[in-house]
Design a protein around this ligand. Structure first.
Ligand code: ATP
Ligand code: MG
Length: 416
């Protein structure tokens, strides 16, 4: 029978791939904790409206990338394409809008029906942070600083740059929107079909277009900066001062509008040139209107998400494969005595394994393949005397150790 293949755009995490992945998550978790963020885990599927209400009908995600289905009760559900909307839903449904601010960290799989390529998958994974209930630029700076700290701790901060932009407040955006409509309407004939639709429904989306012809037009489009209200300008100026205080370098890039509709004021992306066209590794912004769209009160918020696969690919130091102490029974020793030592070592936190069958030679071969750090020989004689041979597989050196040492100082024994 032919084997069943994994679904296109999905991958298994095994061996080095999983170690890279876990290293990214564990590192981010540690930094999140230092910054006072608590981890939340929300369901992998939600009522479709959680995403359709918030991300915007004309966003790529809602218009063509969502995995939506109706379940056996006829409810429309969607595999989450991103984390922020679900965190806002959870904030509201857990009545946590009463206890703000909430600082949230999350990690887990996301699902988007995209064309798979390097750094782009249909099931991918994100780490993310949301700071809910803070309207001040200090919160934006803190969220960005935390993201930067994660990149630093992963050893990749040197290959990424922070690109920063502002989308202003509602009044700035309305004025800008009118100017964009006027500009793109005058160049209708050169717009892609998708962007013609966007022009009707959501002209800002054109700025995020990946079409080459659109990009040429976008380069000369009116800039947000010209339309900022005094309040929005003050916010923007303040944010940049705060980033200086945190010691975070950035370049201003007016085309960072982000792919989802819910952003205002701050938007940012950490980008690298080491991943081809999939160069954005961590991205986010301020989304003051989103919690209200989820049926909650007005809650200002700022957050970001980063693709774990892209971060994993950038890691230069791969976490090493774990090494075990392998017990090799010689002859036919008493099994309960062997198990006593096996469990005694594990009880002291030593990664210990035992071969289940085969000759001494076979078991040694297997220990080599398992990347054993040490082999502990257990024969009838050794068990009777309480003295055992330990072989260091790295150096080949052997030493003799007592049962007492094994059962009480195993960490010292296997440090050698
Ligand atoms: P892109 O422009 O690359 O499609 P996006 O704007 O859709 O990105 P966000 O929704 O902001 O991405 O997600 C945040 C991060 O998640 C991205 O910067 C990227 O690192 C990662 N990411 C997004 N989509 C995918 C995917 N399909 N496969 C792998 N990683 C992804
Ligand atoms: Mg995308």
């Amino acid at each position: 029978m032919s084997s069943i293949q994994p679904v296109r755009g999905t991958h298994d995490l095994i061996g080095e791939g999983q170690r890279r992945h876990a290293h990214v998550v564990n590192t981010a978790r540690r930094i999140a904790d230092v910054y006072g963020f608590d981890e939340w885990a929300t369901p992998i599927f939600e009522d479709t409206r959680v995403f359709s209400r918030s991300l915007g009908d004309t966003s790529d995600v809602v218009s063509k990338e969502m995995y939506s289905f109706s379940d056996r009760d006829g409810e429309s559900l969607t595999l989450r394409p991103e984390g922020t909307a679900a965190i806002c839903r959870a904030l509201v449904t857990n009545a946590l809008t009463q206890s703000l601010p909430q600082k949230v960290f999350y990690a887990g799989p996301m699902f988007r029906h995209e064309r798979p390529q390097k750094g782009r998958y249909r099931q991918f994974h994100q780490i993310g942070a949301e700071l809910l209930g803070a309207a001040e630029p200090l919160a934006d700076a803190e969220a960005i600083a935390m993201g930067y700290e994660v990149l630093k701790a992963l050893g990749i901060a040197d290959y990424v740059t922070l690109e920063l932009n502002t989308l202003g407040d509602a009044a700035s955006r309305d004025a800008w929107r009118d100017a964009l409509v006027a500009y793109f309407s005058a160049h209708k004939d050169k717009l892609s079909a998708d962007s013609l639709t966007r022009l009707e429904k959501n002209p800002l989306r054109i700025l995020d277009s990946k079409d080459a012809g659109d990009k040429v037009l976008v380069a000369d489009a009116p800039m947000m900066a010209e339309f900022l209200t005094p309040e929005a300008r003050a916010f923007w100026d303040d944010l940049r001062k705060k980033l200086d205080v945190f010691g975070i370098a950035y370049t201003v890039n007016p085309s960072i509008v982000r792919g989802l509709d819910y952003y205002n004021h701050t938007t940012f992306e950490f980008v690298t040139n080491r991943l081809g066209s999939q160069g954005t590794v961590l991205a986010g912004g301020r989304y003051d209107g989103l919690v209200k769209q989820m049926g909650g009160p007005e809650v200002p918020a700022i957050g970001w998400a980063a693709g774990i696969e892209r971060l994993s690919m950038l890691l230069e130091q791969v976490p090493p494969a774990p090494r075990s102490v392998v017990l090799v029974p010689v002859g036919a020793p008493d099994e309960s005595a062997v198990v006593q030592i096996l469990q005694g070592l594990r009880g002291q936190g030593v990664r210990t394994e035992i071969g289940y069958k085969g000759s001494l030679r076979k078991r040694m071969e297997r220990a080599g393949k398992q990347n054993a750090s040490h082999v502990l020989f257990l024969g009838e004689d050794e068990l009777a005397k309480g003295l055992f041979r330990v072989k260091n597989m790295e150096t080949g050196a052997e030493q003799e150790v007592s049962r007492d040492a094994l059962l009480s100082k195993a960490q010292d024994v296997f440090a050698a």
